[in-house]
Design a protein around this ligand. Sequence first.
Ligand SMILES: NC(=O)c1ccc[n+]([C@@H]2O[C@H](COP(=O)([O-])OP(=O)(O)OC[C@H]3O[C@@H](n4cnc5c(N)ncnc54)[C@H](O)[C@@H]3O)[C@@H](O)[C@H]2O)c1
Length: 327
Amino acid sequence: MNILITGGAGFLGQQLIRALLDRGSLDAGAGAQPIGQIVCFDQVEGAIVDSRVRNVAGSIADPATTSALVGPGIQAIVHLAAVVSGTAEADFELGMRVNLDGTRHLLEACRLAGHRPRLLFSSSIAVFGGDLPPVVTDETTPTPQGSYGIQKLIGELLVQDYHRKGFIDGRAVRVPTVVVRPGTPNGAASGFASGIIREPLAGLPAVLPVDPATEMWVASPRAVVRMFLRAIELPETAWGWHRCVNLPGLVASMNEELAALRRVGGAAATALVRQEPDPRVIALVRTWAARFETRRALAMGFTADASFDDIVQAYVEDNPAAIRPPA
Ligand SMILES: NC(=O)c1ccc[n+]([C@@H]2O[C@H](COP(=O)([O-])OP(=O)(O)OC[C@H]3O[C@@H](n4cnc5c(N)ncnc54)[C@H](O)[C@@H]3O)[C@@H](O)[C@H]2O)c1
C-alpha cells in the first residue's frame, strides 16, 4: 500500500503521516494492507524521518510535477496542499493557482494514470458563509463568501465529477476549524481561535480580535486525523451518490475557550489574552457558519471531540515542549 499525501509537510499532513506510521496499515478498498511507502509531497520538506516516508519537494501548481506523482503504485491519495483562507484572500492569483489549478492537476494526474485511485479531498466549512440558517445541515446550500471557500467548493465539485466518470474513488470532507494549531500563527483568518490557547500556555501574550461571545465550529487535530482515516477507509458504497460530507465538531465560543484555558493554565494564562476588536476580522467571522447538524457524518461513523476541555488537554499532551509558565 502506497499513499500520496499532498501538503504532507503541513500541520495536518505531518499528524496524518504519524498516525499512518503508528497504525502500520490502511484499507483503501482491498482490505487492510501494510503501508509500503508514504509520499510526502509539499513545497517544503517534511520533518518526519522514517524509512517508509519519501519526501518529494515541488509545487502542485506545476502540472508536470503533479502528473509525475500519481503512478499505478499509488493506491490512496490525501489531498491537503492548499494556501489557507487569509492567504488565498490576500493573494488571489496564488489561491487560484494552488487551490484550484493544483487540485485540477492532481485529478488529471489520477485520470491519466488510469487505475482509479482512492482520493480524499480536504475541503472546509468555509464553503458556507453569508446569510445562513441558524444551524447548517446536510441540506444547506454552500454559499462561500471568500476566494478560499469558493476554491474549496469547486474542488469538491471536481472530485464529485471525476468520481462520477470513474477516474477516482473520490471523497471530500468539510473540515471544521482545527484548534489548537501548534507552532507559529499561519495565514488562516481563524488563527486567533488557536492563538488564545496556544500563546498563553506558552507564557506569551495573545490578542482576541472578536467579541468573546463569537462562536466557531471546531475540532482538534486528533479528531480530524481520526476522521481523515475513516474517510479514506469507508467502503465506497457508504458514501452513496454524494461524495462530500460536513464533519462533526463542537460549537465553541471564545468565552468557552477562555474558560477552558483558565481551567488548564490558571488565571495567569487568561490574563495574557488582550481583547482588541479588529473590524476586518469581525466582519469576516460574522459570515462564517458556527452551528452544524451533521446527521449524515454521524451515521457514517465520524465522531467529534467530547468537549473543548478535551481539545486543550490533547494539545497539552501532544505539545509538552510548547507549555511554559507566564514570563
Ligand atoms: N487547519 C484548519 O483549520 C483547516 C480547516 C479546514 C480545512 N483545512 C484544509 O486542510 C488542509 C491542510 O491544512 P493545514 O492546516 O495542515 O494547512 P498547512 O498550511 O499547515 O498545510 C498545507 C500545506 O500545503 C503546502 N502547500 C502550499 N502550497 C503548495 C504548493 N503550491 N505545492 C505543494 N504544497 C503546497 C504547504 O507548504 C503546507 O505544508 C488544507 O487543504 C486546508 O485548506 C484546514
